[in-house]
Each structure stands twice: as C-alpha cells, then as structure tokens.
Design a protein around this ligand. Sequence first.
Ligand SMILES: *[C@@H]1O[C@H](CO)[C@@H](O)[C@H](O)[C@H]1NC(C)=O
Ligand SMILES: *[C@@H]1O[C@H](CO)[C@@H](O)[C@H](O)[C@H]1NC(C)=O
Ligand SMILES: *[C@@H]1O[C@H](CO)[C@@H](O)[C@H](O)[C@H]1NC(C)=O
Ligand SMILES: *[C@@H]1O[C@H](CO)[C@@H](O)[C@H](O)[C@H]1NC(C)=O
Ligand SMILES: *[C@@H]1O[C@H](CO)[C@@H](O)[C@H](O)[C@H]1NC(C)=O
Length: 294
Amino acid sequence: MLIPASTALIIILTHFSSSAAAASLCRTFCNNIPIRYPFGIDDGCGAAPFRRMLNCSTAAGLFFLTPSGSYKVQSIDYGKKTVVLYDPSMSTCSILQPHRDFLITDIQSATIPPSPDTLFLLLNCSLDSPLLNRYRYLCSSNFSAHSCDELYATCTSFKLFHMLSNSTASPPCCFTTYDTLRYMSMNILDCSHYTSVYNVDALKGVGPLDWLYGIKLSYSLPDLGCDRCSKSGGVCGFDVDTQGFTCICSFTTNATTDCGGSYVNRGGKSNGTPSVVGVAVLICRALFLSLPTL
Ligand SMILES: *[C@@H]1O[C@H](CO)[C@@H](O)[C@H](O)[C@H]1NC(C)=O
Ligand SMILES: *[C@@H]1O[C@H](CO)[C@@H](O)[C@H](O)[C@H]1NC(C)=O
Ligand SMILES: *[C@@H]1O[C@H](CO)[C@@H](O)[C@H](O)[C@H]1NC(C)=O
Ligand SMILES: *[C@@H]1O[C@H](CO)[C@@H](O)[C@H](O)[C@H]1NC(C)=O
Ligand SMILES: *[C@@H]1O[C@H](CO)[C@@H](O)[C@H](O)[C@H]1NC(C)=O
C-alpha cells in the first residue's frame, strides 16, 4: 500500500466525520442513558417495531410511551435486553397513591412486554374480586415466601388498609403477572391499589422496604442485519415510509445493508456504484488491514 500519509488522513477524517454525521442524525444519548439499537429517539432511527416508544427531553429525561401514559425510564440494559420503568404515580411501600392502569399496545406486548420476574401486587381487593373467586388461580398466594400480611404489616403506606379494615384480617391482596392486568382492568379486578416489583427472583429473605419497585420490560427482536451495518460504521435505522431497514451512513447517504456497498438515494432507488464515502471506507479498511505490515 503506497498511500501518502496526508491522503490517508483525509480519507480517515472523511470516514469518521461521516460516522459522526450519521450519529448526529440519531441521538445516542438521552441525558445519561445511552440510546442504541433497537431503540431510537429520532424518527427513522432504531428498529421500526420500536418506533415512537421513547420520548426524550433534556429537562424531563427519557420516557416510555404507552396508551396509559408515559413512564420514566430508569435504565436500559442492552446486554440483558431489559428496560426498567418507574411510574411516579404508583404506590410503593412508602407512598399510597390512586392506581392508574398500566396498558401497553399490541406491538409493545409482542416486542417489549413486562419481564417474567416483574410481579404486580394488587392490594385491598374487595371480597367480591374475581381474583378471590373465579380467577383465584391467577394469584400466587406468596412469592419467595412473602405474603400479603407481610406487606400490610411492614409498609407504612399499606398499614392503612389494615387499620381501616373492619375485621381483624387484612383485606385480600394478590401477587400476579402482567397478563392478569392486560386482560382485566383494575376496575374489574376490584382492588383499590397496586404496586409492581421487579427482580422478584432475588427477593427471598429481603423485606418489602428493600424491594425494587418499578416495571422491568424485556425486549426481543429478530436480527435485521444491524451488526453488519454498525461494523461498517453506519447507524441502524428504518425508512419512515416503508419501515424497511436502512443503514444510515452519512447525512447524504443511506444504504440497504452496510456502508461499504450499494447505496439508496432519498427516492429509494439503489445504485450499484459506491459513493465517495463508500470508497473511503473501503480504502480505510484496506489501510487498517495493511497496518501490521507497515
Ligand atoms: C436516511 O434515513 C434516515 C432515517 O430514515 C432519514 O432520516 C434520512 O433522511 C435518510 N437520508 C437520506 C439521504 O435518504
Ligand atoms: C415528548 O416530550 C415532549 C417534551 O417533554 C412533549 O412536548 C411531547 O408531547 C412528548 N410526546 C409524546 C408523544 O408524549
Ligand atoms: C379499600 O377498598 C375499599 C373497597 O373494597 C374502598 O372502599 C376503600 O376506600 C379502600 N381503602 C383505601 C384506603 O383506599
Ligand atoms: C410460599 O411458597 C413456598 C414455595 O414457593 C412454600 O414453601 C410456602 O409454604 C408458602 N407459604 C405460604 C404462607 O403459603
Ligand atoms: C363493618 O362491621 C360492621 C359491624 O360488624 C358492619 O355492619 C359493616 O357492614 C362492616 N363494614 C364493612 C365495610 O365491612
């Protein structure tokens, strides 16, 4: 390889500035939370099935949008493919607040439902609740040996139920999975309050004061070819009209698979000749491959 150093430098700079351009079309952070595939906060970024699920504002932070409202995103774990949400209007061991249903769309329920280790704790259920009768089987009477009585006894917020109850027994409660709430609203379930707890597998011997309150979602996604695009320096996105996969290479170039090959123009037509960026990427690769021998 006999490329003058200055040319190589220009080519490298071209390559990196085009990656930077692609990255700036798609914001990679919302405050301190990294935003990566399959998520996107700018339209056309990320994977199409996850479109319009996140909303970012510097002042308020990152929110997960559902039909029942927006929920604050606490963290995203890209390795474990989980997202932890916190609903500030939910009751916890220390605050008692009126419930609102947690509803997600059909697409969300297919791509990013609450994880199996998230439990919903329905509290102060009426004796007529279907959960105490026909649908009794939907409740586990305890999890990791924790019981309703423990909640009513330990949590300052839930002690009220016990105090206001007429009999010596606390009002019934139910530990259940998200599916129960998905198919029956809180009004049908006839329980006045709820809270949700995640990482329940790790809560054996841990008291309610130390539980993790919130909702953990668990996402999955078929491989649409994002690896190949990112390895070529691109950012994975989708065409906002067709929802088809797009590899965003620079402000002016989008590719169907990766930034090393054929590009599509705005009109969506494919042209076989690699653009300047494509050539730069190819030369860069050749250069890097030849480095050990220099
Ligand atoms: C590339 O794709 C992104 C995401 O769909 C879009 O915002 C952008 O306008 C496209 N750029 C070109 C040059 O087509
Ligand atoms: C996203 O957040 C902005 C700023 O907080 C807000 O104005 C906008 O309505 C939100 N969009 C949705 C779809 O909730
Ligand atoms: C508990 O539920 C009953 C209805 O079953 C309701 O009347 C009562 O207000 C609830 N308690 C609290 C503290 O909200
Ligand atoms: C709770 O469940 C465990 C098994 O998961 C069981 O051993 C224990 O007896 C149960 N406790 C109550 C009070 O039902
Ligand atoms: C409370 O107990 C009294 C007397 O036993 C009864 O008349 C009343 O209906 C009970 N109230 C509730 C809410 O169960």
